[in-house]
Design a protein around this ligand. Structure first.
Ligand code: FES
Length: 115
């Protein structure tokens, strides 16, 4: 359902080493950003009711019950360029993506089908 590239997993692992032990890596979809929705990545010390957990390339990824509806087929990659490094998201359900790549929009049909 979700893909995490080896480069993304490696970067998350590197960031996680600076966190307290047993911290969870969380991905969420929130309303906002230039295109209507955006990806939020964070470390969280507690799991929530309804969370789904994915084991991807050695990373345990936690997604809340609402966000999991919007990440079907999502690929998370990490790359660096002259402007710095960042996570890159490829979401097959997105019909528009902002310039930085963190915000996106869905079709109404996608939103209805994934409610
Ligand atoms: S959220 Fe504004 S350019 Fe990406």
């Amino acid at each position: 359902m979700i893909q995490l590239s080896p480069a993304a997993a490696s970067e998350i692992q590197r960031l996680k080493l600076k966190q307290p032990q047993n911290v969870l890596f969380r991905l969420a979809i929130k309303a906002g950003g230039c295109s209507g929705w955006f990806y939020e990545m964070s470390f969280d010390e507690t799991a929530k009711v309804g969370d789904r957990t994915f084991d991807l390339n050695g990373i345990q990824l936690v997604v809340d019950a609402e966000s999991v509806k919007y990440i079907h087929g999502l690929t998370v990659d990490y790359s660096e360029d002259l402007m710095g490094g960042g996570f890159r998201f490829q979401n097959p359900g997105a019909i528009a993506t902002c310039g930085c790549g963190n915000s996106f929009d869905f079709t109404q049909e996608y939103l209805i089908n994934h409610q």
